[in-house]
Each structure stands twice: as C-alpha cells, then as structure tokens.
Ligand binder design. Structure first.
Ligand code: SD4
Length: 316
C-alpha cells in the first residue's frame, strides 16, 4: 500500500482525472470526507462524460434517451444513497448524495427521482446529445444486431427498428458499454466511502436499471474491512453482489487479490462470458483488481500516500 489517503477507481484514460480529483481533495489540509472525495471524483467523470458511459449523452436506450444510475455509500455508517433510471438530471451522483444526506431512504427511481432532484434544486434538462442521438438512430436504422434480440429478424435481414415485445432476451454479443466509474476513497483518518455513476447499457430496454445503484453490487465500503468498485455487465453482476462478496471474503481473511478473484470466479462459473471488472482495496490501501470477458484489457488507476502521480494497473 502507498499509504493514506488513498483513492482507487475503475478504468484509466479519462477516468484518471477522477482519481486525481478525489486524491487531491483528500490531500488538502482541511478535512474533507471520503464521501466528498468519491462524489467529487464521480462528478468529474459525469462532467467530462468519461468515454461517454458516465453522465449525459451516452448509452441511449431504445427510445434514444440517456438515463442514469448512481450510488454512494459511507463506510463508517453504511448509510447509502442511490438513484436508478434517473431522467433529465445530469448530476446523478449529486442526487444520490442528497438521498443519503437528507432522507432515511436508500434508493429513488425514475421520474419520481427526477421530481426529488428538482425539489432539491437540481436543473431538469435534456440528457440527449447529437452523438447519443446518432448512436441510437444508426442502430435503429440498421437494426443489424442479430445478437441483441433473440429471433427478432431472420438471419442477415435488417429492417426498420421495431421492438419485438415477445422476445427481449439479450444474448452474449450485446454491446456492453465501457465504462462505469466506481471508486473507493480512504481519508487520512481511515474513513472510507465508495461511489458509482453510469449511464448503463447502450440500447437497453427503457426502464432497465443496472448494477450501479445496487449497494454491494456497483460498489461497497466498510471502514472495518475495505472497499470495492465494479464495472461490467450489470444485468449479470447484480445477481452476485460481487462487491459485497469481496468485502465479506476479506473480512474472513482473504487478501484483496484473492477476494477480487474469488468474486469474479463465482460470476464466471455461471456465466463464462460475463464482462466484469472489480477493484478491491483493504482499509490500509492494499489493492487489487480482477476481471473477465473484456475484448480489451480491464484497467484501474490509484493514487495514495505521497505518490507523485496517479498510476494505472492493467488487469490480465
Ligand atoms: C451497467 N455496469 O449498467 C454498468 C455498465 C458498465 O462497463 O459498467 N459498463 O451494467
């Protein structure tokens, strides 16, 4: 471990700026909380759209709309706030934080989450961009996604987009969009927090909610043990609560690497092709990643102690 404070975050490239934001915040002389750090990191990604899978203008659903999932958890109290399928509000992690701070609830969803956000002062606005509109329109026009829906069209035949309501089963080659931001922070005093923000899965059935806002699936933190962040095929991953699994494994003595690998192995044993990526850290800042099923390589970034810069790890 490079020491405290410590920040770890899924993916690299544009995601490294989020790691930097959170680390810098925790390194200041005032005492920002780990919650503030992970929220600030996710906000950075939401604003820059990190590979267009976080925040507005990415992963349009079948109606061409971008909807957002986000969650934030306090590792001391396990108090959490989440929004699922949030519409027309850019700052999903900000709304999740409001749920945590100002309500006794854990998750708000859909239009009524939007209503809550507006009441709390967030601006309601269209999350569609020319780029997300084009992704959606091109897909609808082509509809040459024989792997996306089972038995939608005879093989090789394309046509105007029409949802096949009798079979909305997704199969192996669906486009899993990179990349969700899931981060964990440890403040100098050992306080931990984790947060996740994503616009989910491209071409999803409207109303679909991923693993991101599910406590213990999208991310998890417990000061007594450590933290975890997840990315990948949320429809499958949420069936396993891999971050909860990883933390409980560490609680029983596994190292971060063993815990991450074990959680991924459990998913792969049922779904051999699942795309998954986990970052796992113990409460001292010892960290590891584990992954399965990506076409490219799963990466994560971290910065801790007096490291001069953020480092990237490639997970085989
Ligand atoms: C989801 N887990 O909504 C997210 C997507 C993701 O890399 O992480 N993509 O399923």
């Amino acid at each position: 471990s490079p020491g405290l404070p410590f920040v770890i975050n899924t993916w690299s490239g544009p995601f490294e700026a989020a790691t930097e934001t959170a680390y810098r915040l925790l390194s200041t002389n005032c005492t920002p909380s780990a919650l503030d750090a992970v929220q600030a990191g996710c906000t950075t990604c939401q604003e820059t759209q990190c590979d267009s899978s976080v925040g507005y203008g990415g992963s349009p659903d079948e109606n061409c709309e971008t909807t957002l999932d986000a969650m934030i958890i306090d590792g001391e109290t396990l108090n959490a706030g989440a929004v699922a399928g949030l519409r027309r509000i850019k700052d999903a992690i900000g709304v999740a934080r409001m749920v945590l701070d100002t309500t006794t609830h854990t998750m708000l969803s859909g239009d009524l989450a939007t209503q809550f956000a507006v009441e709390m002062g967030f601006e309601e606005e269209d999350l569609t961009t020319p780029a997300s509109k084009e992704i959606c329109e091109t897909w609808k026009e082509a509809n040459c996604q024989p792997n996306y829906r089972v038995n939608v069209l005879p093989q090789g035949q394309c046509g105007p987009y029409t949802p096949d309501l009798s079979s909305r089963k997704l199969v192996d080659k669906r486009p899993v969009s990179h990349d969700t931001i899931s981060m964990v922070a440890i403040a100098k005093d050992g306080a931990m927090a984790a947060a996740t923000s994503t616009n989910g899965l491209t071409h999803k059935v409207p109303g679909r909610v991923g693993d991101g806002p599910i406590v213990g699936s999208g991310s998890y933190a417990d000061n007594e043990v450590g933290g975890c962040g997840a990315t990948g095929d949320g429809d499958i991953m949420m069936r396993f609560l891999p971050c909860y699994q990883a933390l409980e494994s560490m609680r029983r003595g596994m190292s971060p690497a063993e815990a991450a690998e074990d959680a991924v192995r459990r998913m792969v044993s049922k779904y051999p092709k699942v795309s998954s990526g986990l970052v796992v850290v113990d409460n001292k800042g010892n960290h590891a990643g584990a992954a399965s099923g990506w076409t490219g390589t799963f990466t994560y970034s971290f910065r801790g102690g007096d490291m001069g810069e953020t480092k990237v790890v490639e997970v085989p």
